[in-house]
Write a protein that binds this ligand. Structure first.
Ligand code: NAP
Length: 559
């Protein structure tokens, strides 16, 4: 289908406006464009990037790789796509993920309805007409009935605000917006600031090439083997033959991943200390040899019971120490300040072994932070270090950043960024916000996005919104938004669920801690996808309880 075939759209809207505008050409946005077009809507997708790919378009730093099995971190909606794409590795690298998403965009003929290099800057809701008016970075204005934000949970890079940043004469790169031209570290003195997932993936690759690498660590994180390896043809065949069962099982697991090693696994049934020590260690060992997400569901109480969590934490701490030759360095790299899994578990590929190299130095900045940048490098703890290149792997304004950076005005001119800055993200199920009708979020804040395979969640939410729009059209409704009560109830429920877990004990981006001044509240739903899904499906079956549906003002006046 092409753009021109949409002139006769569901709403019969004019050619210069759309039924649906989707912002973001990552996994979620591309599927939304495809699905809504198929429903007959006139859809346009905008992305500020120069290509499709979303987070994978920007995060092209050395070593970037997904930490969910490639066969699972892929679209489930199309048997054609599932069966015909071939992953070369168990955990796909960034270039392969880009090849996949570009292949999908071509196969579904999405490109005619995608406009790249076009950032949505402003969105204003016109209450009289039930339309959103969007202002783009290109200077264009666009009108749409429904606005779908597929802007990603980790796409708004955090500004670490290093003092005197402009003084440094060398090159500064951010992992979150890595240059498209290759960066050579050969013969260079390099610094990496940040030891989260991005730092942990890039450090081993940079160390292999640089003359010298200095890593500045403010906090240590838990990292486990990525377990990447070339795709085994038998494994690929087995998954492709059993996709139906695997996808169904994924939706019933807590994290949206069903494959552990070469098996399909269900949710755990046993608590950590219900089993013998031997059985417990065997279970941890299976995770160590399997995949990142398997740890989250190894036992029923791993995220809720501190003693159970410590058992896993101790297992991983021992493994970290065993890899690093210098005991002082090993101790610095071993986390003690948060329960394991309450910050995102990192997937590593030679990370700890990198500190055994002669050309790598770890600098602990847990007490001092970075003092300032200087002309020749940077100062930390009062000491100056000289570099040619500084790499910042300093993270994101997660979950809310990408939405709050757009100037969105709802009913009565209410401004989303101002309201969220004061009160934290306010949504019903991470899908919609009261006061901002017809604005739909995919993988939005307080949805399970950070704890559930986001490709599947985006697909499921896209279809839920699709059914809602169809129902609105059939019944003559032109605006939908959550009620204040339903929004409050969701926020309260989210907090209560999180308070039953160990997550509030850690300083993390899940809680908004990594951005100074951000309200401290859990940003991702921890109650599990099954409960999330049944809550939203029950609302749908019950004429959308928790949501207000309205008819057009003009037709009301005529009645
Ligand atoms: P991150 O986990 O937030 O890590 C940022 C790092 O930078 C932390 O070590 C942080 O220290 C440090 N930092 C931030 N500001 C600093 C400052 N002003 N001075 C010194 N240090 C500073 O960010 P990320 O590594 O980009 O990862 C974010 C998320 O993206 C991950 O949790 C994961 O969900 C996702 N991701 C996934 C993969 C993958 O494997 N598929 C790869 C990359 C990213 P503190 O901890 O002390 O704040």
């Amino acid at each position: 289908m092409t753009a021109t075939s949409h002139q006769q759209s569901v709403s019969g809207s004019s050619a210069d406006s759309f039924d649906i505008v989707v912002i973001g050409a990552g996994y979620a946005g591309l599927y939304a464009l495809h699905y809504y077009r198929k429903l007959g809507y006139r859809v346009r997708l905008y992305d500020k990037a120069g290509g499709v790919g979303g987070t994978w378009y920007w995060n092209r730093y050395p070593g970037a790789r997904v930490d969910i099995e490639s066969m699972e971190y892929s679209y489930s909606f199309s048997e054609d796509i599932q069966q015909n794409w071939q992953w070369s590795e168990r955990y796909a690298s960034q270039p392969e993920l880009m090849r996949y998403l570009n292949w999908v965009a071509d196969r579904l003929e999405l490109r005619p309805d995608i406009q790249l290099n076009s950032e949505m800057k402003t969105a204003r809701y016109d209450e009289a007409a039930d339309r959103w008016h969007l202002g783009l970075s290109t200077g264009e204005s666009v009108a749409t009935r429904f606005l779908v934000l597929a802007t990603g949970i980790l796409s708004a890079a955090k500004d670490p605000q290093f003092k005197n940043r402009e003084r440094f004469k060398g090159a500064v790169y951010f992992t979150s917006s890595w240059p498209h031209d290759p960066v050579s570290f050969k013969g260079k003195r390099v610094a990496v600031i940040g030891t989260g997932s991005s730092g942990i993936q890039s450090i081993p690759e940079i160390a292999k090439e640089a003359a010298h690498l200095t890593v500045f660590q403010r906090s240590a994180n838990f990292a486990v083997p990525s377990c990447n390896r070339p795709m085994e043809p038998e494994f690929e065949r087995w998954v492709k033959d059993n996709y139906l069962e695997i996808r169904e099982r994924e939706l019933r697991t807590h994290v949206g991943c069903a494959i552990v090693g070469n098996e399909i696994r269900a949710n755990p049934t046993k608590a950590t200390f219900e089993v013998s020590e031997e059985e417990r260690l065997e279970a941890f060992e299976r995770c160590w040899n399997a995949a990142n997400f398997s740890y989250y569901t190894v036992f029923t109480d791993i995220l809720t019971d501190k003693r159970a969590n410590d058992a896993l934490g101790d297992f991983i701490r021992d493994r970290i120490r065993a890899q690093v030759k210098d005991p002082k360095v090993a101790e610095l790299l071993t986390p003690h300040d948060h329960p394991v899994l309450t910050r995102r578990l990192c997937a590593e590929n030679g990370y700890y072994l990198t500190y055994n190299r002669d050309n790598v130095l770890l600098v602990d900045i847990s007490k001092s932070g970075i003092d300032e940048f200087t002309e020749k490098g940077l100062k930390a703890g009062g000491k100056e270090y000289e570099f040619d290149i500084i790499v910042c792997a300093t993270g994101f304004d997660a979950m809310t950043g990408s939405i709050m950076r757009m100037d969105i005005h709802g009913r009565g001119g209410r401004q989303m960024s101002r309201e969220w800055a004061e009160k934290g993200a306010r949504t019903r199920a991470g899908m919609m916000s009261e006061g901002y009708p017809n604005l739909f979020m995919l993988n939005g804040p307080t949805s399970p996005a950070a704890f559930f395979q986001p490709v599947l969640l985006g697909e499921w939410q896209t279809r839920w919104f699709g059914r809602l729009m169809r129902r609105m059209d059939q019944r003559g409704f032109t605006a939908v938004e959550p009620t204040v009560e339903a929004e409050n109830e969701w926020i309260q429920h989210n907090i209560e669920v999180a308070d039953h877990t160990l997550f509030p004990l850690a300083k993390s981006w899940y809680m908004g801690d990594n951005v100074p001044g951000k309200p401290r509240v859990i940003l991702s739903y921890l109650g599990g996808f099954s409960l999330y899904r049944s809550t939203l499906e029950a609302s749908e079956d019950n004429k959308y309880t928790g949501f207000k549906l309205e008819r057009a003002k003009l037709s009301q006046a005529a009645e």
